[in-house]
Design a protein. Structure first.
Length: 104
């Protein structure tokens, strides 16, 4: 394991484990949302923001303020769908791994 600025990288992979966690959580929520039979007004917003989170994670260096904004939009869009609560919580936990954005 290599240490770098308060995070641990898996030797050989080069990927920040926080990014791996985020990608896993986003993938799960996307799958569960896709399989959820009910339509709701803000479903498209949730799908768009999950795609944005996935793209940020794939870049390997997500911006913390943008992560938090996407999380808030997703939570607002699907927060009342109890069947998705566990997967949404996992995304929140993964975003929280990145810490707070720097204050100016």
């Amino acid at each position: 394991m290599l240490r770098s600025v308060g995070q641990t990288r898996v030797a050989g992979s080069g990927e920040d484990p926080r990014v791996t966690e985020l990608r896993t959580a986003v993938s799960r929520l996307r799958r569960e949302l896709a399989g959820h039979p009910a339509e709701f007004p803000d479903r498209g917003i949730a799908e768009d923001e999950l795609a944005a989170l996935d793209a940020m994670a794939a870049s390997g260096a997500p911006e913390i303020p943008r992560l938090r904004r996407s999380l808030l939009l997703i939570a607002g869009a699907i927060g009342s769908v109890s069947a998705l609560a566990s997967a949404l919580r996992d995304v929140r936990v993964a975003v929280d791994l990145f810490g707070e954005p720097l204050r100016r």
